[in-house]
Design a protein. Structure first.
Length: 361
C-alpha cells in the first residue's frame, strides 16, 4: 500500500488514501517519488477543463528513485534518479515524424489504462500518465528520463513540467533573441521559469505582469527588470510605456484567461510575437477584429509543453542550472505534504505564490 491523491470524479474534492500498485510489467518502471510539483494542469483536471478518465491519481511533475524495472527496460536501473515525463512521444505518429514530439498523437494514450486499485478494489487511472501525487508510482518506460547529475531530486521534479514549459516557451516557441523585450503574464511556476529563461536569453527589458503585488519580489528574483500590476490601469498600456511606446517584442501568457491573452496580445509591438502557454477552458473566448490582425501583423501562437523535447532539452537546462544561470529552488514558495495539495489548489486559484512542491518521505 502507498498513499496517493485521488480525484474520484470531476468537480469532487481530492481524497488522500491508500492504493495498491502492481509490480512493473514489461516496459514499465516503478519509482519512489522524492517530490512532485503542484501545477495548474492538475487543477484543470479537477474542474474538467482537461478531461481524463476518473477516478484518477493526479500529479504529473515529479522526480524520484527507480525501485524496480520490468522486462525490456534498459535505460534506467534500480537506484537511478529519474525525472518523470508526462507526455512521452511515440516516435511514429505524424507529428513525431515531423520532429514535433510535443504534439505526439499518442502521448496521452496511457491515461485510459488501469494504474492501480484502492483498498476497496476500485480501478484507478493515471491522471496524466505518471500519477506523481503518490509515494510511489508505476509508469511506462518512456515516462522516465535519467535525472541530471548535480541537481537534487526534489528540485529536479520541477524539470518535468514548469521548467521545460517556461524555458521552451521562451527559447522554442517565441525564439527570443538577445536584446529583445519580453513581457511575461502570470508569475506562477511556469511564469517564473519563463522569466529565468528570458534572462538566459539575454532579453531586456524583461517585464513581469501579475494581479498580485506580492509577486513582485519573486518576479524580480527570477529575472524581471520591471513589474506591472494588472488592474485598473491597463497592463498592455503599462508594458508599452516601458518599451518606448512600441510594445514588447515578445509576450508570453501563462494564465489562460481570455482577458490575460488579450492583454498579452495588446502589449506586443507591431510585428511582435505572442505565445500562449496558459490552459483555459472553452468558455474563455478571445476575440480579434480583422483590421487589427492586418494592421499589427503580430504572430499569435499556442505552446504545448514549451514545444520541448525533454530528452534534448533537459541536459541543456541542467547545464544552465549547474552554471547558476537558472535557479530551480527559487521557483518553490511552499514545500508541502500530500494532505496539503487541496490547500495548494486553493492558493493557486487565489493567485498566491509560485510553485508548491509536494515533498515525499
Amino acid at each position: 500500500m502507498v498513499r496517493a491523491a485521488i480525484l474520484p470524479a470531476v468537480g469532487a474534492p481530492l481524497e488522500i488514501r491508500d492504493i495498491v500498485l502492481p509490480d512493473p510489467g514489461p516496459g514499465q518502471v516503478r519509482v519512489r517519488l522524492a517530490a512532485a510539483g503542484v501545477c495548474h494542469s492538475d487543477l484543470s483536471l479537477t474542474n474538467g477543463t482537461l478531461r481524463v478518465p476518473v477516478p484518477a491519481v493526479l500529479g504529473h511533475e515529479g522526480a524520484g528513485t527507480v525501485l524496480a524495472v520490468g522486462e525490456g527496460v534498459t535505460h534506467v536501473a534500480p537506484g537511478d534518479g529519474v525525472v518523470l515525463n508526462w507526455a512521452p512521444s511515440c516516435g511514429q505518429c505524424h507529428h513525431c515524424a515531423m520532429g514535433e514530439v510535443w504534439l505526439c498523437a499518442n502521448a496521452l494514450t496511457g491515461v485510459g489504462n488501469v494504474h492501480a486499485h484502492d483498498a476497496r478494489g476500485t480501478e484507478l487511472h493515471p491522471g496524466l500518465n505518471v500519477a506523481a501525487f503518490a509515494e510511489e508510482t508505476v509508469v511506462a518506460a518512456g515516462c522516465v528520463l535519467p535525472a541530471p547529475e548535480g541537481i537534487p531530486l526534489e528540485e529536479a521534479a520541477l524539470l518535468g513540467c514548469a521548467v521545460l514549459t517556461g524555458y521552451g516557451a521562451v527559447h522554442h516557441s517565441a525564439q527570443v533573441r538577445p536584446g529583445e523585450s519580453v513581457a511575461v503574464f502570470g508569475v506562477g511556476g511556469v511564469g517564473l521559469a519563463a522569466l529565468q529563461a528570458a534572462r538566459v536569453a539575454e532579453a531586456g527589458p524583461v517585464i513581469a505582469v501579475d494581479v498580485s503585488p506580492a509577486k513582485e519580489e519573486l518576479a524580480r528574483a527570477a529575472g524581471a527588470t520591471e513589474f506591472v500590476l494588472a488592474g485598473a490601469e491597463g497592463a498592455a498600456r503599462q508594458v508599452r510605456a516601458l518599451t518606448g511606446g512600441h510594445g514588447a517584442d515578445v509576450a508570453v501568457e501563462c494564465v489562460g484567461w481570455a482577458e490575460s491573452i488579450r492583454a498579452a496580445w495588446e502589449s506586443t509591438r507591431r510585428g511582435g510575437r505572442t505565445t500562449v502557454v496558459g490552459i483555459g477552458g472553452k468558455e474563455q473566448q478571445v476575440t480579434f477584429h480583422a483590421l487589427e490582425i492586418f494592421h499589427f501583423a503580430r504572430t499569435l501562437t499556442g505552446c504545448v509543453y514549451g514545444n520541448s523535447d525533454p530528452a534534448r532539452d533537459l541536459p541543456v537546462i541542467a547545464e544552465h542550472v549547474r552554471a547558476g544561470r537558472m535557479d530551480l529552488g527559487a521557483l518553490v514558495t511552499d514545500r508541502i505534504g500530500l494532505d496539503d495539495i487541496p490547500a495548494a489548489f486553493d492558493a493557486m486559484l487565489a493567485g498566491k505564490g509560485g510553485r508548491s512542491l509536494v515533498v515525499l518521505p
